[in-house]
Design a protein around this ligand. Structure first.
Ligand SMILES: [Zn+2]
Ligand SMILES: [Zn+2]
Length: 142
């Protein structure tokens, strides 16, 4: 997927390419961790001053409806967005403050191979997310 440009991906998914959509998609693609709409807004503010937060929500909704981007609710008031099908990354998420850290390797590749042998499935993807409390939140609750 890295070799494909935004434009090709948009075309394939029947999404009209606009500069703002490309900026949002590129940012999500380049990010190691899922981002909230607010984080996208802040990061893009320098490049694209005219883009409002509601525009970003609309753009994200389009991506989600086309299956390009996944929306996940981490805490009650925090939803994050990540591009689907980009190799894969695993995350550990603080369920109190919503902090997300990307793991630098996949811990279950061996297990996946064993599972394929066992089940005769051709496994094409998996999801694995860890949830808990980060060190700062643990300090606060002590
Ligand atoms: Zn935390
Ligand atoms: Zn993995």
């Amino acid at each position: 997927m890295e070799s494909k440009s935004c434009k090709e991906i948009f075309k394939k998914n029947d999404i009209k390419a606009t500069k703002q959509r490309e900026l949002v998609f590129q940012l999500l693609t380049d990010s190691d961790v899922p981002l909230t709409a607010e984080e996208i807004y802040v990061k893009l503010m320098e490049k694209e001053k005219n883009m409002s937060l509601s525009t970003i929500y609309r753009i994200l909704d389009v991506f989600v409806s086309k299956g390009l981007v996944q929306k996940s609710n981490i805490t009650n008031n925090k939803a994050v967005y990540e591009v689907l099908g980009m190799g894969h990354k695993h995350h550990i998420i603080c369920i109190s403050c919503g902090k997300i850290i990307a793991l630098d390797h996949c811990p279950i590749q061996e297990y996946e191979k064993a599972l394929e042998r066992e089940t005769e499935f051709n496994i094409t993807s998996h999801k694995l997310v860890f949830f808990g409390y980060c060190s700062e939140c643990r300090k606060k609750s002590e």
